[in-house]
Design a protein around this ligand. Structure first.
Ligand code: MG
Length: 313
């Protein structure tokens, strides 16, 4: 389950409604002006201009609307996210892989890891048990992450909730937040490599190349050389799979810390259990505490407030 929020002006909001007209559904909730459901995403547009994309296809759909450049009227950006042509033998090259986690979770941070696996380390990394992390359990990832960190050059960034909420309220989309973190983590790894050049840098794709670089345009240092984007990249090179595991473990560590602060285990995702836990925390510890451990713009914040009000009677 993934959650993406994009803020649109009135003109783009009209385009969005026209674009999803055939998938329109009725959703009666406060502030909702339009809702639609596609095969793999549900889209909810609010009076404020915020549009929430949820479900497996959420980031794909959101990416269509994240671009600062508005397309010609009546011509929403193409549904296809252009993946790059990939080099032959990609899986056996020296690669910096980069991946993030936590973007669909109401509680906890966004974490991003970039990780370098030299060609002659690939066998070792496989030996250490790296596979496509989507198939791995949390305890298993925790058990192998220390060995990966010892063996590899990596950078892992944890964007804690308070900072996340601050930049989100400044108008940064999740796409922009992710792009900045990926770029920063990759820069750190390149600096640590001290002149050694990877054959390529492979980013697990969450946005089209143009959208990604548009997010970075104000950055002083933008990594462009040999950067490739591909979806499901954790299956294309172990460097992305290793990055994904290290990012996941950083997310889990921060969730443990926040769970201790909250006095209860924080659930992952953005579902009903999350609403219920958030309501209980709201009643026990108040709104500013809840805000400090969540991605406050998610719909869960409002749902929790409604649940808590009911409990208060
Ligand atoms: Mg990813």
């Amino acid at each position: 389950m993934s959650n993406n929020v994009v803020v649109l002006d009135a003109a783009r909001m009209k385009e969005l409604q026209a674009y999803y007209q055939s998938d329109k559904v009725t959703r009666k909730a406060p502030g909702v002006v339009f809702a639609a459901k596609t095969a793999d995403a549900s889209i909810t547009a609010y009076k404020s201009g915020k549009v929430l994309f949820q479900g497996g296809g959420a980031s794909m759909e959101a990416a269509k609307w994240e671009s600062a450049a508005a397309p010609a009227p009546g011509q929403p950006k193409k549904a296809v996210r252009h993946a790059d042509a990939l080099p032959d033998q990609l899986s056996s090259l020296s690669v910096i892989g980069s991946d993030e986690t936590g973007t669909g979770d109401f509680f906890g941070p966004v974490t991003v890891c970039a990780c370098y696996v030299r060609a002659d380390q690939i066998a070792l990394v496989e030996e250490l048990g790296v596979k496509d992390s989507k198939q791995l359990t949390n305890p298993y990832m925790r058990s192998i992450a220390p060995d990966l960190k010892r063996a590899l050059t990596y950078s892992v960034l944890t964007l804690k909730n308070e900072k996340y909420n601050t930049v989100q309220q400044k108008g940064w989309s999740q796409g922009k937040i992710k792009a900045l973190l990926h770029n920063q983590a990759i820069r750190h790894v390149l600096r640590k490599l001290d002149g050694e050049h990877p054959d390529c840098i492979l980013i697990d794709q969450f946005a089209e190349r143009g959208v990604y670089y548009n997010h970075l345009k104000a950055e002083p240092e933008i990594v462009r050389e040999n950067v490739l984007f591909a979806t499901k990249a954790e299956g294309l090179h172990v460097a992305v799979a290793a990055a994904s595991i290290i990012a996941r473990v950083a997310f889990l560590d921060e969730m443990d810390r926040l769970s201790k602060l909250a006095g209860r285990t924080l659930p992952k995702g953005a579902g009903k259990k999350v609403d219920e836990t958030a309501a209980a925390i709201l009643l026990a510890k108040g709104e500013s505490f809840l805000k400090s451990i969540t991605k406050w713009h998610f719909a869960n914040a409002k749902k929790a407030a409604v649940l808590a009000a009911k409990k208060r009677g």
